[in-house]
Design a protein around this ligand. Structure first.
Ligand SMILES: *[C@@H]1O[C@H](CO)[C@@H](O)[C@H](O)[C@H]1NC(C)=O
Ligand SMILES: *[C@@H]1O[C@H](CO)[C@@H](O)[C@H](O)[C@H]1NC(C)=O
Ligand SMILES: *[C@@H]1O[C@H](CO)[C@@H](O)[C@H](O)[C@H]1NC(C)=O
Ligand SMILES: *[C@@H]1O[C@H](CO)[C@@H](O)[C@H](O)[C@H]1NC(C)=O
Ligand SMILES: *[C@@H]1O[C@H](CO)[C@@H](O)[C@H](O)[C@H]1NC(C)=O
Length: 566
């Protein structure tokens, strides 16, 4: 007993399958302008026929061609017709006017799923013109005629020439070819095996310009390193017509290309010779024979026109066959440098590219990185390819683990920016010191010059070349400070870890500003308390000798302010 349970309703072509023993009955309505053909697979001896109901009678055969856009009942007298029959869905597209632009639509995905489906589009334009196929992104790629596509959707393009059909090539989805132009008349075939859902990717058909050859392809090469293969029409058996084939390659900026002829089988020329004409983006052009070296390491877009000779077409004399490869790679040479942080305790570096449009390629120890991080205590080999300095940002962080105090204050060194490797091609954009405490002690910050600190306030801003931001490491900023003659802050005491960040204000590169920016020390835990009982985190010790009516500080957190009268 054969089972006859299958999908019932499918788009414009209606397919119905009824449960009848040892048979399949389906109802098919071809789209208008479409021909549906059931035909027996070659070499299939299986005893099964396709029958069409015509009133009370039935005509049975090994194939059935439906052309009318009306429902027809089709019966197969076996339970698995997909094992015996293929279905072809053919559409003719005449695109003979200049404003013709037709989207060649794939029918919906599950139609005729149980059959191997061959979709064919027969295309025609005015004589002497080309028909143009535009493939939506991500384009298509050419495969060897013997290969098949990983997604089981194989496209074939055929040109109908006076001398007979020429197989332009087999193609898979997802590739670098965005457009193919073919002389005058031809066919696009898409074959999908049975059981595979059709994955729709419609292409556009239009009439192109006057023909210059049998085929022309537009290829958009991605960022390198990348390489891709192409094959001439009738690859392997050979192409005999005295025609041109052209490939136009668009490269990404900052890329070079190399063309290699992987396999070349020459035709037997009766007149003329086979020639390869190259024209480069910079308008230079040259011609080489296919047996000569092809262009290597050239820059920019280019096109290759292969002109066949008038080849002798007799049995056992092959025609022209060429398989060539185009490789693209970056045109620039990387800038190399080494950063050694092993002698600067706690110092780490970060380099970022701030321009996502740029072709900058950075790598750390030969591994490509979006963002370079050189951890403290390491040595790293860096490489920069086509990275404009103004797009890069270098930030450095130095972690200082402060000693613990018993009761006596400890005065640490001044904060200065260490000398970074001068071979590093990036201006220093930000430098941060992270003062880390092991216990509950307090960080004291003072002006390094023996003067006082001033907090940058709206009515009296710091007027320095850099800005100096002091923050608690849990995130809250205490404020921007500078050393100033009229400063009033003798000392800032902060409980817990502190970060101090220097960024340029009027200069471009911090590495020219060594400092010292601040002096720091460690003292025992702050003991002051709010009225609520919560401990103070910040104490400002102000020098009251000069200030009268001078604004001193603005803090986002409650702080304890102590006047030091001298
Ligand atoms: C199907 O029909 C054809 C023609 O009517 C007949 O020759 C064949 O034996 C039938 N096959 C089966 C399996 O019934
Ligand atoms: C398309 O091709 C590229 C490169 O060959 C591959 O990396 C990518 O995964 C492919 N995408 C799909 C959807 O197959
Ligand atoms: C259909 O093709 C697209 C693009 O190639 C892919 O992303 C998608 O996964 C495919 N879907 C199926 C069902 O194969
Ligand atoms: C890329 O091509 C240009 C011009 O032909 C050449 O000057 C440059 O050296 C090439 N780049 C590489 C990486 O070879
Ligand atoms: C300071 O930072 C270190 C390391 O992140 C941490 O272990 C320590 O507890 C912090 N100290 C305070 C007082 O928050």
């Amino acid at each position: 007993m054969g089972s006859c349970v299958f999908p019932v309703f499918m788009g414009l072509i209606l397919l119905q399958i009824h449960k009848i023993s040892e048979c399949h009955k389906i109802e098919v309505t071809p789209d208008s302008g479409t021909i549906v053909i059931f035909s027996k697979k070659a070499g299939h001896g299986l005893d099964c026929s396709v029958c069409k109901d015509e009133g009370p009678s039935q005509t049975c055969n090994s194939n059935l061609r439906l052309t009318e856009a009306q429902p027809t009942t089709v019966t197969f007298n076996c339970s698995q017709p997909g094992d015996v029959f293929n279905v072809a869905i053919n559409q003719e597209i005449d695109c003979s006017t200049t404003d013709c632009s037709i989207i060649a639509v794939h029918p919906d995905s599950t139609r005729f799923l149980e059959f191997t489906r061959t979709f064919t589009w027969d295309l025609k334009v005015q004589s002497g013109k080309v028909f143009q196929l535009d493939f939506p992104s991500p384009g298509i790629r050419q495969i060897k005629p013997s290969e098949s596509c990983p997604d089981k959707h194989t496209y074939t393009i055929t040109a109908y020439q006076r001398a007979g059909p020429a197989n332009i090539g087999s193609f898979c989805r997802n590739g670098t070819i965005s457009r193919i132009q073919v002389l005058y008349r031809g066919r696009v075939t898409l074959e999908v095996p049975k059981g595979t859902d059709l994955n729709s990717s419609d292409f556009k058909v239009s009439m192109g310009p006057a023909a210059t050859g049998v085929v022309e392809m537009d290829v958009k090469l991605p960022r390198g390193p990348f390489s891709v293969d192409f094959f001439t029409p009738n690859y392997a058996t050979g192409y005999y017509d005295e025609q041109k084939m052209k490939w136009n390659f668009a490269l990404k900026p900052m890329h070079n290309f190399t063309v290699r002829f992987q396999h070349y089988a020459p035709p037997e020329c009766q007149k003329k010779t086979v020639m390869c004409d190259y024209s480069l983006g910079d308008k230079t052009s040259f011609t080489v024979a296919p047996t000569e070296t092809q262009p290597a390491n050239k820059q920019g877009d280019f096109s290759l026109t292969l002109a066949n000779c008038d080849a002798k077409k007799v049995a056992n004399v092959p025609g022209l066959s060429l398989n060539f490869n185009v490789e693209v790679f970056r045109s620039g040479t990387p800038y190399l440098c080494t950063v050694d942080l092993r002698n600067e305790e706690g110092l780490s570096l970060q380099i970022e590219n701030k321009n996502p449009e740029s072709y900058c390629e950075m790598s750390l120890n030969s591994v490509m990185q979006e963002k370079i991080v050189v951890p403290a205590g390491t040595k790293a080999d860096l490489s920069f390819l086509d990275c404009p300095v103004q797009d890069l940002q270098l930030t450095a962080t130095k972690v200082i683990d402060c000693p613990s105090v018993s009761a006596r204050d400890v005065t640490g060194p001044s904060l200065t920016i260490p000398t970074l490797d001068p071979s590093l091609p990036v201006p220093l954009h930000q430098f941060t010191w992270l003062l880390r405490l092991r216990d509950q002690s307090t960080v004291d910050l003072m002006s390094p010059k023996g003067s006082y600190l001033h907090q940058s306030l709206p009515d009296k801003q710091c007027n320095e070349r850099v800005s100096l931001l002091i923050s608690e490491t849990e995130g809250s900023n205490i404020g921007q400070f500078c050393s100033a003659a009229e400063g009033t802050i003798q000392k800032i005491q902060i409980k817990g870890n502190v970060s101090i960040t220097v960024t340029p204000k009027t200069i471009k590169d911090l590495s020219q500003e060594k400092g010292p920016f601040l002096k720091f020390g460690i003292s025992p835990e702050i003991t002051g308390k709010y009225t609520t009982g919560q401990k103070f985190g910040i104490i400002m010790i102000l020098f009251s000798g000069v200030f009268l009516n001078v604004s001193c500080c603005m803090l986002t957190k409650p702080a304890f302010i102590r006047l030091q009268i001298q």
